[in-house]
Design a protein around this ligand. Structure first.
Ligand code: PEP
Length: 253
C-alpha cells in the first residue's frame, strides 16, 4: 500500500503569528477529522518551522517540510537554508524543484540532483516536483518533458535512496491559475511517471512511490483527482492557507 499524502506549500506567505494561528487551526481539524491513513505535510516558510513545530502533536498525522534547501551542508551562501538546518528545526521532508524555484531562481535539473543528494544524506525525505509549461502541453510533448526532468535529477539515486522520494506532478499551467488538470490528464501523467520509475527502479519500487498531484487542487475537485488509481494525494498551494479548505481536501480520500 502506498502512503497517501497531502502536503501544503505555504510559499512566501504569513507572518509568525498568522503562521502559528493557521497551524493550530490545521492541527485541531486534522487530528479530529482527517483519515488516519493520510500523512499530512505542511511546508511553512523556513523561519517559522521551529515555532509551528511546537503546535503540532508529537505523534500525530502532521509532519513538517522545508520549501527548498541548498545543495551544501553549510558555507558562504548568504540567505540560503541548508538541509541540516531544516532537519534541526524538526522538518522531515523538503520540497525540491518546485516550478517557482525553477522559474524565478533558475534551478536546473543538475542542481536539483545535487540538492536531492544532500537532502537525502541529511535524512530528509524529498517531495520532488516536476511538470510541464503550457507550450509543452499544447505540443503534446509533456511525457517526454516530465520523464526527462525525473531522469536528470533522480535516476542516479540508488533504489534504497529512492524509497525516500515522493513525486509531485504539477503542470505549471495549473499552478495558482484556477485551471486544474482533468482527472484523466492527471492519471495519464501519473501512470507515465510510475512506468518511468519502474523502468529504472523496478515495478515494486514504482508501486510503492507516492505520486502527488498539484495545481489548483481545491475541496471541490480533490475527490475526483484522488480517486484516480495513480494519484496518491496532492501538493496544495493556495488552498493550504485556509484551514477549512485544506482539511476538506485531506478528507477527500
Ligand atoms: C503549488 O504551488 O505547489 C500549487 C499546487 O499551487 P496551487 O494549489 O495554488 O495551484
Amino acid at each position: 500500500m502506498r502512503q497517501k499524502i497531502v502536503a501544503g506549500n505555504w510559499k512566501m506567505n504569513k507572518t509568525l503569528t498568522e503562521a502559528q494561528s493557521l497551524t493550530s487551526e490545521i492541527a485541531n481539524m486534522v487530528e479530529d477529522e482527517a483519515p488516519s491513513d493520510v500523512k499530512v505535510v505542511i511546508a511553512p516558510p523556513a523561519p517559522f518551522i521551529y515555532a509551528v513545530e511546537n503546535l503540532i502533536p508529537e505523534i500525530g498525522k502532521i509532519v513538517l517540510a522545508g520549501q527548498n534547501c541548498h545543495q551544501e551542508d553549510s558555507g558562504a551562501f548568504t540567505g540560503e537554508v541548508s538541509a541540516p538546518m531544516l532537519k534541526s528545526l524538526g522538518a522531515q521532508y523538503v520540497i525540491l524543484g518546485h516550478s517557482e524555484r525553477r522559474q524565478h531562481f533558475s534551478e536546473t535539473d543538475e542542481e536539483l540532483a545535487k540538492k536531492t543528494d544532500n537532502a537525502l544524506k541529511n535524512n530528509l525525505k524529498v517531495i520532488f516536483c516536476c511538470g510541464e509549461p503550457l507550450d509543452i502541453r499544447e505540443a503534446d510533448t509533456q511525457n517526454e518533458y516530465v520523464t526527462k526532468q525525473l531522469t536528470n535529477s533522480l535516476f542516479h539515486l540508488t533504489p534504497e535512496q529512492f524509497k525516500n522520494v515522493v513525486i509531485a506532478y504539477e503542470p505549471i499551467w495549473a499552478i495558482g491559475t484556477g485551471k486544474t488538470a482533468s482527472s484523466q490528464q492527471a492519471q495519464d501523467m501519473h501512470k507515465t511517471i510510475r512506468d518511468h520509475i519502474a523502468s529504472k527502479f523496478g515495478q515494486d519500487a514504482a508501486n510503492e512511490t507516492s505520486i502527488l498531484y498539484g495545481g489548483s487542487c481545491k475541496p471541490d475537485n480533490a475527490k475526483e483527482l484522488f480517486s484516480q488509481p495513480d494519484v496518491d494525494g496532492g501538493l496544495i498551494g493556495g488552498a493550504s492557507l485556509k484551514s477549512r479548505d485544506f482539511t476538506d481536501i485531506i478528507k477527500s480520500f
